[in-house]
Design a binder for this molecule. Sequence first.
Ligand code: DSN
Length: 478
Amino acid sequence: MTDSLLSSVYRQALEVIGSVEPRIAEATRQELTDQRGSLKLIASENYASPAVLLTMGTWFSDKYAEGTVGHRFYAACQNVDTVESLAAEHARELFGAPYAYVQPHSGIDANLVAFWSILANRVETPYLKKMQAKNVNDLTEADWETLRHEFGNQRLLGMSLDAGGHLTHGFRPNISGKMFHQQQYGTDPETGLLDYAAVAAKAREFKPLVLVAGYSAYPRRVNFAKMREIADEVGAVLMVDMAHFAGLVAGKVFTGEEDPIPYAHITTTTTHKSLRGPRGGMVLAQEEFAADVDRGCPMVLGGPLSHVMAAKAVALAEARQPSFQTYAQAVADNAKSLADGFLKRDARLVTGGTDNHIVLLDVSGFGLTGRQAESALLDAGVVTNRNSIPGDPNGAWYTSGIRLGTPALTTRGFGHDEFDRVSELILEVLTNTQPGTTKAGGPSKASYVVADGVAGRVQAAADELLDKHPLYPGLELS
Ligand code: DSN
């Protein structure tokens, strides 16, 4: 599509939207302006291609399609079947997975489908036997009682939130921490690195049904062969949540024992982070779990979003191109450049560096909480998110860290020099920011004061970088 055609498509689309609700058209324009004008370093965000974005805006949105391909609870799903089959085929081919389920609406949904499938597949109950024999109506009260007891008494071992795990990996306030008896493994207190021997010891003691590997804020790679060994030793199912690094798996940066697909019984992911697709989730599974995963909707999920499944198919087709491997390698290389930029300027990084797409900066040395750092950076056009660090004294709301990721700016074309400069700009803001005071005059964890002129100077420097690497070049809305 030529640049002028893309401009014309979006101008007309916004005109149509604006004729109904002009404020939404305006917010949509403004969102593009804001994303274009800031350094997007949120590790879980990216910029999908125009093809992916356009695919989401169609009449597939209007179609209900509960069920699976060829087996729907609604009529007239022939085109949804085409879309879902293609998305699943691309996913299987891209990741070398025996089975792919592309319906989950998000990563949390994908994890719920995985939990459901593991329980359904591994917990023996009269209910399940009858359900599998399609005799649900024959269930007695005793069956239901057994089901509630057995389903509700399973154990899950996942990485703790402050070590970099995700809420859905058994964090107590999350549903995963309530539906399972949970324990968490952390990282080595000295190095911040995953300690496989400690995970194994905990697994031997706790004997979980589910061992969850994967992370949202751990700046290192995981050896999934070792995690599978641990799971096998204690008879657990290995579930890997690769939402953050799916793009690095797809782009063949993580291969061998760092590729989760051959080792995990079930792998879940989102499609919009490093994978650069539409917002959504996906489950990849070994054959033995396929039938239960397929029941994800309506057991766990509402009706599939056919327009998003179509966009997943487009994004996965993009990720199968050789250029995606170049992109994924650049994401990892750029994270190293960003980390090196911090380290040579004496900043402290959790684990002392990175070998994936994440850099976790400890901001406590600047006398700031993560929340203060996040806000001060935002004033200067640098979009990051605050994040706990291992053993964080400031908890999950204020935190002591800033999580940074390279997928989005790499999509814009940033390379080594730009990321080095980004580290310099971030440190310029942080070294010139002081904590504010509370109304009572004590030290605040939220308010902050940036020295005069710093935010403007950093924003101007960021603009220089951003202007050299425009977002959606050639797309003009006015
Ligand atoms: N919200 C995603 C992230 O930022 O990592 C995970 O849920």
